[in-house]
Design a protein around this ligand. Structure first.
Ligand SMILES: NC(=O)c1ccc[n+]([C@@H]2O[C@H](COP(=O)([O-])OP(=O)(O)OC[C@H]3O[C@@H](n4cnc5c(N)ncnc54)[C@H](OP(=O)(O)O)[C@@H]3O)[C@@H](O)[C@H]2O)c1
Length: 255
């Protein structure tokens, strides 16, 4: 039995992965942005061990989530699932003055990775759209470019793979992997999404707990439990170090 924390697990793929893990006898901690959403999560999965609360769009909220995670004891695995999508119509600044897709999709997993007591396994939700991402950090907060929500999302999902691979390189004894779940009809995916939703939460749950040798790897990128090629830039230590330095400068925390 493993203890697993899943961020953004009030609905969608986070909640579905939580259900799979709980049904398999694992202890699952859910996470919600607010007390009201935590009630929804508790009602959706009453067998969850607990629900931690914090809005991942602010650094204060990210720190709150890490504090609650650490106060409950060490997790065997953390699934960085919370995310916002590719249909944002304009640049939304967070309370920290950051662009909110970057804050929620990239900075939150970075800060939580550094602040939560190191688990044995880390799993990062990316997307097939990461292949259109730009690994350059010339304007990561979209202060100078014309807003493009799809590009902001693609960049953020590429950075998730960069982060997963950087952690795999730097953290000894930790398995760190990324995956794409397919394009499926959640709140984010939209009702017309074409892929099989029953398969979409399986790989992240498998990477978090399975003793299958194919899941016990690090620095991998997966689709439906099979290795898949990621954007080549994600393997580049220079790209990884640039992202880590940038996030360290924003947060004051080095991985
Ligand atoms: N669905 C797809 O087709 C697809 C494809 C590729 C990758 N993915 C990735 O899979 C992951 C899960 O996506 P999904 O489709 O399950 O999305 P979803 O149904 O929209 O669920 C997203 C989850 O993240 C939470 N969240 C968003 N912003 C948050 C914030 N500021 N603070 C705390 N929690 C926050 C949401 O909470 P609320 O419910 O309160 O908003 C919700 O629990 C994402 O990382 C996404 O990029 C999804």
């Amino acid at each position: 039995m493993s203890r697993v924390l899943i961020t953004g697990s009030t609905e969608g793929l986070g909640l579905m992965a939580a259900r799979l893990l709980a049904d398999d006898g694992h202890l699952v901690t859910l996470h919600a942005r607010s007390a009201a959403r935590a009630e929804d999560a508790r009602a959706a999965l009453p067998e969850a061990e607990s629900v931690i609360i914090g809005d991942l769009s602010s650094m204060a909220g990210m720190r709150l989530v890490a504090e609650q995670a650490n106060s409950g004891g060490r997790y065997d695995a953390v699934i960085h699932n919370a995310g916002v999508g590719y249909r944002e119509l304009r640049r939304i600044p967070t309370v920290d003055g950051l662009e909110h897709v970057f804050a929620i999709n990239v900075l939150a997993p970075y800060l939580l990775t550094g602040l939560i007591e190191r688990p044995d396994r880390l799993v990062y939700l990316s997307s097939g759209m990461h292949r259109s991402g730009d690994p350059g950090l010339s304007d990561p907060q979209w202060e100078h470019r014309h807003w493009n929500g799809s590009q902001a999302y693609s960049d953020s999902k590429l950075f998730d793979v960069v982060l997963a691979f950087a952690v795999a390189r730097l953290f000894t004894g930790v398995l760190s992997n990324a995956l794409e779940p397919g394009w499926v009809p959640t709140k984010m995916g939209g009702p017309g999404a074409p892929d099989d939703i029953s398969l979409a939460p399986v790989t992240q749950a498998w990477l978090a707990v399975s003793s299958d040798p194919q899941a016990m790897v690090t620095g991998g990128y997966f689709y439906h439990q099979k290795p898949r090629a990621a954007h080549p830039a994600a393997q580049d230590p220079e790209v990884q170090d640039q992202l880590l330095s940038y996030c360290a400068a924003l947060t004051g925390m080095t991985l």
